[in-house]
Every structure is written in structure tokens, then in C-alpha cells.
Ligand binder design. Structure first.
Ligand code: AOF
Ligand code: ZN
Length: 340
């Protein structure tokens, strides 16, 4: 199963928003086939593993290990459980059940009904973690939420700025951390910022320093104060504006009305769920990050600490409430990320 997880990691980026799965076929303690999920819409791990076996007559005496329950439904590809049954593989070891409603145990049921021996729950936590976005989305009906910010040595995320100050971010980290952030952006389905960040930084929120997908841009703009000339509205990337104002959509700009007098973190999750956004990286500012922390709607926080001090400014968000066991804080206070 550990080998399945290694294999699955290879397919993660390309398979999105499908989960990436690893499959290993063993005969008499020898691995005779391996595979992982192809790019979105392509073959599943089991198909690739079975096709990699040279002598398919061995399959009748083999065991297949898979990090996720073999599927039972006709999606873009036919059911993997049918293929396993067709090749008469007698034993299937499964990492975890597929939370996707169309599968959700039916794959295992199909295999058992066909006489396969099924072992379930091997390295289950690791298998769930290997597709954390997919699992969070299907189990909690919300995206996987990553908070990201950079703070100074003395705990500030920005200097105090006014809307008519020149639009120029005050950098806390350096070009290497910036590139890492662009890599991170490319790994998520969406990126979100609040109104103040949009107005004071005029950010592009793309992945120009990394080869990878641009996430959908999500911006909060209650009263539509962000100038239409700003980069977020350049229509080059799908952008969803969460606002109180009704507006007609434009090409690549979608307006979604939410009620800013109520819990906005929950409503944002609902909108993102509706658009099937499986993950979001929230890059500020303070108010937006704190809203998600206070609502306890976050899974990971990735915090840079630069080597500069601002003496005064906007204080970094603070973690309120008790940390849940599955929530992680990644402290990127390594020298390489500092501002020199
Ligand atoms: C598997 N093995 O490697 C993966 C599975 O539209 P499709 O046919 O690609 O099906 C997508 C669904 O299949 C996805 O939502 C998830 O439930 C399951 N993914 N299943 O047996 C795999 N990637
Ligand atoms: Zn499948």
C-alpha cells in the first residue's frame, strides 16, 4: 500500500479534480504490475496496473492493492471493479472507501458478490490524506482550505496603508518564496483574497513564476469597490466575485451574491461547493484569513516569517479555538524564504 501511495502521488496534479490512485499487483510476493490514475478523464489506476502485467494468466492467482476503492460506476471510463472481476483477480486490498456518492462502497460490494476476497482499511489515514482535497470536498461538502500569509519578525503582515497609497505590496519574503507560492497556487482549484488586499495590492493571483494551472480567482467585494481596470478583472482567468450587488456576468467574470451580514466563510464554502471547487488557497488579508480561522473553516495554514521588521502595521492573524487533530500549521521560517 505504501507503494500504491508513491504511485498515486505521480498522478495527483494531472488527475485533478479526480482523485489520484495507485495500484500494485502482486503474485507470489513479486510485483507483476503497477499503475496510477491517468490525466483527468483517462484510465484509472487499476486499468493501468492490469495493462502493465505481461503474463495476464498470473492475474488469477494475484492480489491487487489499491489506495482507493475500485469504482463501480460508468463515468468517463467503465468500472474498475468489473475489470478486476473479468480478470478473475481473487484478492483485492483496498486503502479506503471512495466517498464519491456514485461509488461509496458499491465497488467493494460488487467485488464481494463476484467472490473476491476484499481487505479494507490498510493505511487508511494515509490513503485519505493522499487525496485530501477530494475527500474534504465529498465528505464535508466544502473545499479543502489552505490559509497562507507572510509575517515579519515582529508579527505584522503589512504596513498600514490607505486606499490612495501607491498600489505596491510591502514584501516580507523573497523571490524564492514567491515562486513557491506560485507552485502552491497551481496545486489548488481556486485562490481567494478579500477586498482590502485586492484594492491595496492590485494582485494578479496567477502562476506566472511556475509552470502549472492558474486557479480560479475568488474575490470578496461587498459593494463592488475594486476598480474595473484592476488585474483581477482582466478576464484572462475565470474570476468569481462575491458581492451584495446584482450584476450580469461577463466573459470569465461571475458575480455571486452572498449576505455579508451573516457568516461569510460558510457562504463562500457553499458557493465554491456549487462550482465544484475542491480546494482553495486563501492569501489574505488579515480580515479574510481571520474570518475563516474564527469559523474554524480551514485545513492547513502555511505561514512564512521573513527577516524584516515593520515596527507597526497590520498584525498577523491569530489562531483562535482549539486546533483540530487534522489541521496543520506549516511554519516556513527557513532562511531561504526570507527577504534578502
Ligand atoms: C478508481 N480508480 O484510479 C480513480 C477512481 O469519470 P471517471 O470514470 O474518471 O470516474 C471518476 C470517479 O472515479 C471519481 O470521482 C472517483 O470516485 C473515482 N476515481 N476510481 O477506481 C482510480 N481515480
Ligand atoms: Zn475506476
Amino acid at each position: 500500500m505504501k507503494r500504491c501511495l508513491q504511485l498515486a502521488a505521480n498522478g495527483l496534479q494531472a488527475a485533478m479534480p479526480n482523485p489520484s490512485v495507485g495500484a500494485v499487483i502482486v503474485h507470489n510476493n513479486v510485483i507483476i504490475g503497477e499503475g496510477y490514475t491517468s490525466a483527468y478523464g483517462g484510465d484509472h489506476a487499476e486499468v493501468n496496473a492490469i495493462h502493465s502485467v505481461k503474463d495476464t494468466s498470473l492475474l488469477k492467482e494475484a492480489t491487487i492493492y489499491v489506495s482507493l476503492e475500485p469504482c463501480s460506476h460508468f463515468g468517463k471510463t467503465p468500472p474498475c471493479s468489473d475489470l478486476i472481476i473479468k480478470h478473475q483477480i481473487p484478492k483485492v486490498v483496498v486503502g479506503t472507501i471512495d466517498p464519491f456518492a456514485k461509488v461509496a462502497g458499491k465497488g467493494i460490494e460488487k467485488l464481494k458478490n463476484a467472490g473476491c476476497e476484499v481487505v479494507l482499511g490498510v493505511l487508511e489515514a494515509e490513503c485519505i490524506a493522499s487525496n485530501k482535497r477530494f475527500f474534504t470536498f465529498h465528505q464535508y461538502k466544502r473545499p479543502y482550505i489552505i490559509l497562507k500569509w507572510a509575517q515579519t519578525q515582529d508579527g505584522f503582515i503589512d504596513k498600514i496603508r490607505h486606499e490612495n497609497d501607491p498600489v505596491q505590496p510591502n514584501w516580507i519574503t523573497n523571490k524564492f518564496s514567491r515562486q513557491l507560492v506560485h507552485k502552491w497556487r497551481s496545486e489548488e482549484a481556486a485562490i481567494l483574497v478579500g477586498t482590502n488586499t485586492a484594492i491595496t495590492d492590485n494582485p494578479k493571483l496567477n502562476t506566472r513564476d511556475w509552470h502549472g494551472n492558474n486557479p480560479v480567482r475568488i474575490v470578496l467585494d461587498k459593494s463592488l469597490r475594486i476598480p474595473e481596470t484592476y488585474s483581477l478583472f482582466d478576464q484572462t482567468i475565470k474570476t468569481i466575485v462575491l458581492t451584495e450587488q446584482q450584476r450580469d456576468n461577463k466573459e470569465n467574470i461571475i458575480f455571486e451574491v452572498i449576505d455579508f451580514s451573516k457568516n461569510i466563510a460558510e457562504q463562500i464554502c457553499e458557493v465554491l461547493y456549487k462550482y465544484e471547487v475542491q480546494s482553495v488557497i486563501i492569501e489574505g488579508g488579515k480580515q479574510t484569513l481571520q474570518t475563516f480561522i474564527d469559523a474554524n473553516l480551514w485545513d492547513e495554514a502555511r505561514v512564512f516569517t521573513g527577516n524584516v521588521s515593520f515596527q507597526a502595521g497590520i498584525e498577523a492573524p491569530t489562531f483562535t479555538g482549539k486546533l483540530q487533530s487534522e489541521q496543520t500549521i506549516l511554519d516556513n521560517s527557513l532562511d531561504i524564504y526570507t527577504n534578502d
